[in-house]
Ligand binder design. Structure first.
Ligand SMILES: [Zn+2]
Length: 251
């Protein structure tokens, strides 16, 4: 399995990261893509990838953290960080209509610039879209970047996701699938060729209030297999292949 989206640089992994990685590998997770946020200490993420060849980076910023004050600075930081060794994608970037709020018009402007940046740098794009799935997809289809797109932990309607999948957009599914009707509907509706596995660790685990870890990918895998009436092996093979080609063979 490949964990296409996790936050192993999060402070909650500070004391036991080596155990967390070893445990994930023992359960079949071979590779990790750390979603590093340029405004939250990206150096720790680079330090992890330098010690672990099985880990690569995507770089971006949470949409709700974009403000008039840091807009330019964030964009410049993303653009500079993209060129560094070990970076295989741009993201997460996107739209967030969650509790923390933020200026959605500004978010859209920033997101659009990031989509163009991914396109001009030939980097796959990882999209965060809380409460704004359809809007994010509309913007993406309007921009039509010539790079692969992953809607990470998509929380929108299965019908909107299905339409997007017909345009080649991918969906990575976190272990919270096991407690989410919405994610189950998503997995049932989407073809296996559109699915990848992510942990989003330490968030979106099988239990809401417990730290999530990449070894929980096995839960996502088995739940997808159950929902789609396939074997776990079939789901593992297909999501692995999808992830390798999503990252343009650079993992
Ligand atoms: Zn994330």
């Amino acid at each position: 399995m490949i964990d296409v989206h996790c936050h192993l640089d999060d402070f909650s992994f500070e004391t036991d990261l080596e155990d967390v990685i070893r445990d994930a590998k023992a359960r079949g997770v071979e590779k990790f893509v750390i979603s590093a946020l340029v405004d939250v200490g990206v150096e720790r993420a680079f330090e992890i990838t330098s010690r672990h060849p099985c880990a690569k980076l995507s770089v971006g910023a949470q949409p709700q953290s974009v403000s008039d004050g840091n807009y330019r600075d964030l964009l410049v930081k993303i653009e500079e960080t993209l060129k560094r060794n070990g970076v295989v994608a741009l993201g997460e970037v996107g739209l967030d209509r969650g509790r923390e709020g933020g200026d959605i018009t500004l978010q859209k402007k920033f997101f659009r610039e990031c989509v163009r940046l991914a396109d001009s740098n030939r980097l796959p794009l990882v999209v965060h879209s809380r409460g704004a799935g359809r809007e994010a997809i509309e913007l993406l289809l309007d921009e039509r970047p010539n790079v692969p797109i992953d809607m990470h932990a998509f929380d929108g309607r299965a019908s909107a996701a299905f339409e997007a999948s017909k345009k080649g957009i991918m969906f990575s599914i976190p272990p919270s699938l096991i407690r989410s009707e919405q994610k189950r509907a998503l997995v049932k509706r989407l073809p296996l060729t559109s699915l990848m596995l992510e942990s989003d660790a330490p968030a979106l685990g099988p239990e809401p209030d417990r730290r999530n870890v990449p070894s929980n990918l096995i839960i996502t895998l088995k739940t997808i297999a159950h929902e789609k009436k396939l074997s776990a092996q079939e789901v593992a093979d297909s999501t692995y292949k999808n992830s390798v080609s999503f990252f343009l063979g650079r993992l």
